[in-house]
Design a protein around this ligand. Sequence first.
Ligand code: NAD
Ligand code: G6P
Ligand code: MN
Length: 440
Amino acid sequence: MEKQHLTIAGGGSTYTLGLLMSLISEKDNFPLASITFYDTDIERQQKVAEASKVVIKEKYPDLEEFIVTSDKETAYKDKDFIFVQIRTGGLEMRIKDEEIPLSHGIVGQETCGPGGMAYGLRSIKDMIELVEDIRFYSKDAWILNYTNPAAIVAEALKRVFPEDHRLINICDMPISIMNGLATLINRSVWDLDPGYFGLNHFGWFTDIYDTEGHNLTDEIKNKILSEGLQPESEIAEDPSWIATFKQVEQTLRDFPEYIPNTYLQYYLYPKKMVEKENPKYTRASQVIGGRAKEVFEMCERISARQTIADEKLEGDVHGVYMVKIAESFAYNKNEKFIVMTKNNGTIPNIPKEAIIEVPALITSNGVKPIQVGEIGTFYKGLMESQYAYEKLTVDAYFEGSRLKLLQALTLNRTVVNANIANDILNDLLEANKDYWPNFA
Ligand code: NAD
Ligand code: G6P
Ligand code: MN
């Protein structure tokens, strides 16, 4: 197998160490010649890189080269894969994305509702620049992007790079939910073959088979209704994720046709989601005091001791998913994964140009989505209005139109009321003035 040259953009991310462990656990299937970390925050990346050196020395001695850089040419020249996980404005701006809507009684969430819009308008500029830089140095590299809000980022990138078929946006929520579903029936997540459709953070599992053709859907639904669904792997112990997975039970009871993506809770039960939150200590603060703190403390310990012995550090579902998809691109494995792709008739009764999230075969010739067919009125209505919100947000970015931002927020199920949309928008404009383009 030909060895790959990989760059991780956002090398200082809280997910990098987990991703590195996933690359190590998959190294026989996705062998690497080199790993390069690239980040605009050199100091932050260095902390992760120092620990990564120790990890590589112990667990990946056959890796030929490990490079740490903030130079674009070094990062992107002659690479086969670029994994992207950046956060424009950092977790500090995420606090504002969440607190501002909540101060108006509206869902405050990283990717859903006004918070998602705010984050999206920050991410677009950096993501366009990043893809332009990559394409300047490596025109054929596969770009696997995780950067959120993935729906809005994907819609914007589609407009600037319409013919770029090696640029793929991926979310780990479907596999993370499948991980929980698999545990309910004592199976491995990699044995499950799902039917799924939707937009990013806005979709449904229609059925779940195993790889031998048994339909497990009813068994799984019954287990959810009788036992509830729990998060697994790296998020298993997190109270916020435990509550989110628990909510799937009620959603399935109310809408028993399909198993919902956890993110639908914000659109279907917005009032309940607002009531659950502490508007002065939102998820962003939990992450800063939790995952981010733990990751950087672990990095310090590993660097000080020069060993990863005694550390709980392993490949996670988030990372392994990304790596397995990369394997399928690299070696034309034709394996099926849920990814984002342009609709183009995969769901014939919603707009052709929409970015949808569906199972697709991952090949060396690109993403081959599997036909979904027409969807029911409820799902069509929800998806079209959500897609209109996403589209208007991206239109607003390129046109500098405040009106379109107001239209987007008014359409969003988490907001609806135009007065509230206007008030939130004013606060978000003020908070994001260093990041957003000018809106007239
Ligand atoms: P983080 O802030 O901890 O890390 C992001 C890193 O990116 C930082 O080190 C930062 O310095 C760097 N960065 C910021 N702008 C950059 C730029 N223009 N070029 C290069 N580097 C840049 O964030 P995190 O919590 O680790 O999350 C990283 C990203 O992954 C976020 O966008 C998050 O939403 C996303 N994410 C997506 C999924 C998914 O399902 N798609 C899952 C998990 C995380
Ligand atoms: C899931 C979603 C990601 C999101 C992450 C946020 O994995 O698919 O899109 O970034 O959750 O998690 P956090 O723990 O930061 O709230
Ligand atoms: Mn996601």
